[in-house]
Structure formats: C-alpha cells, structure tokens
Design a binder for this molecule. Structure first.
Ligand SMILES: [Zn+2]
Ligand SMILES: [Zn+2]
Length: 123
C-alpha cells in the first residue's frame, strides 16, 4: 500500500509502503548486517552485548529478533514460564506439561460428551 508517511527516525515526509524512509531503511540494513555479522562470529552473544558491540539500538535488535530475522539463541523465552529456550515457544518442561494438560482436557471433554450422549440416548 502506497501511503504518505513521516519517517519515525528522521521525520522526513515520504511516500512508500513502509513507515521508514528509504535512507533510513538503507541505514537499518547496514545495522542489520553488522549485527548478523557479529552474531555469526559470536553466536553466544545476547542482545545487550550485540547492541553495545555494534552500536545498534537495542530496540532494533529486539525488533529483528521478534521478526525472526535474527536467530538469537539467547533471547527466546518460554511463553509460559519465561525461561530462556533455544527454539520453539516453550521450554521442554512446559512443553511436557502442556501436552499433559491438553491430554487431560481432551479426556475430560470426551467424558462429558459421553455423559451427554448417555442422557440423550435415554430420551
Ligand atoms: Zn528516515
Ligand atoms: Zn517454560
């Protein structure tokens, strides 16, 4: 969609599909390549460290992580308990727990539906 935006970074008015103006997108790309380059050499670095070392705004780094552009091993957290994880949405413990509760829920549902069919059958 082509729209008129004022760039959130440099406040310049421009027309385009994204909020950032072309110059700022270019700058972001440069930042992005330095960050991904840094991560390539320091795969265990966390977002704070990367931001500091590359002089890139931490919010930008976090944004890229959220967007899935940067696969940072250390910034993924379990959606349930907040523990740091390497991949997916939950840590292994919560994954097991969730599987269990899902299973229980299904069983509970099956029991209840069974009960209702029983009542219906009596009619
Ligand atoms: Zn701009
Ligand atoms: Zn967890």
């Amino acid at each position: 969609m082509i729209m008129i935006h004022s760039c959130p970074k440099c406040k310049q008015i421009h027309i385009g599909a994204s909020e950032l103006c072309f110059a700022c997108i270019k700058l972001e790309e440069v930042d992005f390549s330095s960050v991904s380059d840094y991560l390539h050499h320091h795969p265990n670095a966390n977002a704070d460290e990367v931001a500091k070392e590359t002089n890139v705004d931490i919010h930008l780094v976090m944004k890229w992580i959220k967007e899935g552009r940067l696969i940072s091993l250390h910034e993924l957290t379990c959606e349930r308990c907040g523990k740091k994880i390497k991949s997916g949405r939950f840590c292994s413990e919560c994954g097991v727990d969730l599987q269990k509760s899902l299973h229980q829920m299904k069983q509970g549902l099956a029991k209840r539906t069974g009960y209702f069919t029983h009542i219906d059958g009596k009619k």
